[in-house]
Design a protein around this ligand. Structure first.
Ligand code: SF4
Ligand code: SF4
Length: 109
């Protein structure tokens, strides 16, 4: 059973937003994944935590840093919670270009 499975899989509104997110050019990128200290905070706040690991931990398998999984809704919770600033918003093409460029929202004090 997927935690918060109702929101992303069963609720029609959640599924609709999921489809929009899947096609969106803007994606979450684990641009500085080498800085990850394995605190697991992003996994704790993500409504679909299984989408994180490939982009975050797949470097040795040749997996790019862009989270392309359809179940990532670009909610941004992982960006907000990561103390190492691993994640940024970038484009879905960052895997192909190898460019980790992206924009990170300004943290609220
Ligand atoms: S919140 Fe940041 S440092 Fe913690 S596990 Fe996630 S990516 Fe790594
Ligand atoms: S943007 Fe939201 S759904 Fe996507 S990986 Fe981050 S916390 Fe999870």
């Amino acid at each position: 059973m997927v935690r918060h499975g109702w929101c992303g899989h069963l609720c029609p509104v959640g599924a609709f937003y999921g489809l929009i997110g899947w096609k969106a050019p803007v994606r979450v990128v684990a641009a500085q994944r080498e800085k990850c200290d394995d605190c697991m905070d992003c996994f704790a706040v993500c409504p679909e935590p299984q989408v994180i690991k490939p982009a975050l931990k797949g470097a040795d398998k040749g997996v790019g840093p862009v989270i392309l999984d359809i179940n990532c809704t670009n909610c941004g919770r992982c960006l907000d919670v990561c103390s190492q600033d691993v994640f940024v918003f970038g484009t879905r093409f960052a895997n192909a270009t190898g460019a980790p460029a992206g924009a990170r929202p300004v943290r609220q004090a």
